[in-house]
Design a binder for this molecule. Structure first.
Ligand SMILES: C[S@@+](CC[C@H](N)C(=O)[O-])C[C@H]1O[C@@H](n2cnc3c(N)ncnc32)[C@H](O)[C@@H]1O
Length: 325
């Protein structure tokens, strides 16, 4: 049962424009997860009945992508937003009916989900995934702490959250849009004005080609038909509103993120590969002068630099449930 005590600052946005709302099963997150498990926890890849939880599944496109790439796994998606959940259930019914899509608030309900909540009596999850969600909580630390309560001791968490330097320009556009477009209007109307004025630099054909190039270089491996279907089905107003009119978002330097997750009971293993930027200096450049600088650069600054250089929106980090020493 849902407690209404906790504020969900993005509720109005996602009620009006459930995200991503494209209605196409998407596999990039699943591909990155499979790569991360192969590199860090290949035992989990072989585990029968692997339990995977997608925290903040939205309209379920990536959750169903995980089900597609992990056919023997037990996959659960949770979200607080009824409009999104309805679409996610519809997509699940059409593509993978065994996937469970549940209403569950991350902060209020997830910590008790395995005891008195919607998953009562079930074992902890082997793998958690959360893409583009915890930075939208008023208190992201509460989200990381909640996730920590539902993972097995030897589990792995793949979490993607916004980078401060990867989204520096969006923050300027968002502030400008707020002063030009009255925040009282509906989100779709705001998104349309933002597009008409040419403020949206993302979600344009040029940006699509740029990100395609980065993705071909660093992964995840492209699934051309899926990519084309997503591009053709894309509800641009939803994506523009999410990027430029979101009522609550936090941005992190890598050091800020690392400190936050470690205070929340996690150990940060580093960046997962495949989220639109390199993870080592050698993937970035062959220029010996560049490499001389970057090989001496501390990890957190290196990752901030990569996020900035590639306009990577966020960090896909791998966390394990062993607290930092
Ligand atoms: C940007 S969408 C991401 C959806 C999905 N993970 C994806 O990448 O396609 C953020 C989602 O987080 C959900 N969310 C925000 N606060 C939440 C909370 N307190 N509990 C559960 N879900 C929440 C929203 O309803 C929304 O569906």
């Amino acid at each position: 049962m849902l407690s209404e005590s906790h504020d969900v600052p993005t509720r109005a946005l996602y009620e009006e424009l459930p995200y991503p709302g494209d209605g196409v099963v998407r596999t990039p997150v699943a591909r990155n997860l499979r790569r991360a498990l192969a590199e860090h926890r290949s035992d989990l890849l072989r585990k029968p009945g692997l339990r995977i939880l997608d925290i903040g599944c939205g309209t379920g496109e990536s959750t169903l992508g995980i089900a597609r790439l992990f056919p023997g796994a037990s996959v659960v998606g949770i979200d607080v937003n009824e409009a999104s959940l309805a679409r996610a259930r519809d997509l699940a019914n059409r593509t993978a009916p065994d996937v469970r899509i549940l209403r569950c608030d991350i902060v209020d309900e997830l910590p008790r989900a395995l005891t008195t909540g919607p998953l009562a009596g079930e074992p902890a999850f082997d793998v958690l995934v959360s893409s583009g969600v915890l930075h939208h909580l008023s208190d992201p630390a509460a989200g990381f702490q909640a996730a920590r309560r539902v993972i097995a001791e030897d589990g792995l968490f793949l979490c993607w959250v916004y980078s401060r330097y990867g989204r520096w320009d969006d923050q300027a556009v968002k502030a400008l849009a707020q002063s030009v477009v009255p925040p009282s209007s509906a989100f779709a109307a705001r998104a349309n004005v933002i597009r008409q004025l040419g403020l949206a630099k993302k979600h344009t054909p040029a940006d699509f080609l740029r990100t395609l190039g980065v993705r071909m270089r660093f992964g995840p491996p492209i699934a051309p038909i899926e990519l084309l279907r997503v591009y053709l089905r894309r509800n641009v107003a939803t994506h523009v509103a999410d990027t430029y009119a979101n009522p609550c978002e936090h941005y992190f330097t890598f050091a800020e993120l690392e400190s936050l997750v470690e205070r929340s009971g996690w150990r940060c293993l580093g960046l997962a590969r495949g989220f639109g930027m390199p993870t080592t200096p050698d993937e970035h450049s062959r220029d010996p002068r560049v490499l001389t600088v970057l090989r001496d650069t501390p990890r957190s600054a290196l990752y901030d630099y990569f996020a900035y250089a590639y306009g990577a929106w966020g960090f896909g980090v791998l966390l394990d449930a062993t607290p930092a020493q």
